[in-house]
Design a protein around this ligand. Structure first.
Ligand code: NI
Length: 255
């Protein structure tokens, strides 16, 4: 059985966990899960993540506004995010970023929301968890401008984009997508990320690795991703898990 499974990105507020959330989460430690970062996408889900982190030792929270949730932004929302970020188990600002796959017309709002949250993260000395979907150039430009610590999660860019992200001192998060048959870029990227900059994640309940694609994803699926990464990097899956557990603790400053 694997241990040191650190899921650097999950959404356990999701309604797909409504029926068995406690049963599932409380089983994690005995199944080798060492840590989970629960990411908010707006104020209520950020609050939910903070509350979950109070119930479970191994859960930590990230708080922020996701680019596709910009309609839920309101005056004073950043003040509320800031209050939540003050929690001792809040370890990052996220999930924040840009998504031009689903929405191109809200580009200006997305850019403004991301930039303000990068400034907030730097002000609070917290790392950021970045979502970048088909917006590599604009994302990189803002990261270069503000130089936050952090991770680009569910990395979908090319090796060239990955090198730019790494140059900034940031981490690369890889998840179930590396197991998909059509996943060329994430697999190429998986081979070039230095040992000390790689994180594993689920994005649960989404991005379920093969052979469970289509089912609800949980942190217990991480070993399938680790096994694929191990094959790509010429290591064992447990070595991948040990290394990414260590990297998550370094980036998110968790003892
Ligand atoms: Ni996510």
């Amino acid at each position: 059985m694997y241990h040191n499974i650190f899921d650097s990105h999950a959404h356990y507020d999701d309604e797909r966990f409504e029926s068995d959330r406690h049963e599932l989460l409380s089983s994690f430690p005995e199944k080798g899960v060492s840590g989970v970062i629960c990411c908010g996408v707006d104020v209520p889900t950020s609050e939910f993540s903070v509350q979950l982190s109070k119930k479970y030792d191994f859960i930590y929270s990230a708080v922020g506004f996701h680019p596709l949730d910009h309609r839920d932004f309101y005056d004073g929302a950043f003040e509320d995010i800031k209050k939540l970020a003050a929690d001792e188990k809040c370890v990052a600002i996220g999930e924040v970023g840009l998504d031009y796959h689903y929405e191109k017309d809200s580009r200006d709002i997305q850019l403004k929301l991301l930039e303000e949250q990068l400034i907030l993260a730097n002000e609070l000395s917290l790392p950021v968890i970045i979502h970048d979907r088909e917006a590599h150039e604009d994302t990189l430009n803002l990261l270069k401008k503000h130089k936050p610590r952090g991770v680009v999660h569910c990395f979908s860019g090319s090796v060239e984009v990955a090198r730019e992200v790494l140059k900034l001192g940031m981490y690369i998060g890889l998840g179930g997508a590396v197991t998909f048959k059509n996943a060329v870029k994430p697999c190429e990227v998986a081979k070039i990320v230095p040992d000390d900059r790689l994180l594993v994640e689920t994005d649960a309940p989404y991005m379920t690795p093969v052979p469970f694609r289509g089912q609800r994803c949980t942190s217990l699926h991480i070993p399938y991703t680790a096994e694929k990464l191990a094959e790509l990097r010429g290591m064992t899956a447990q070595e991948i898990l040990d290394m990414t557990d260590r990297n998550s603790r370094t980036l998110f400053r968790i003892r």
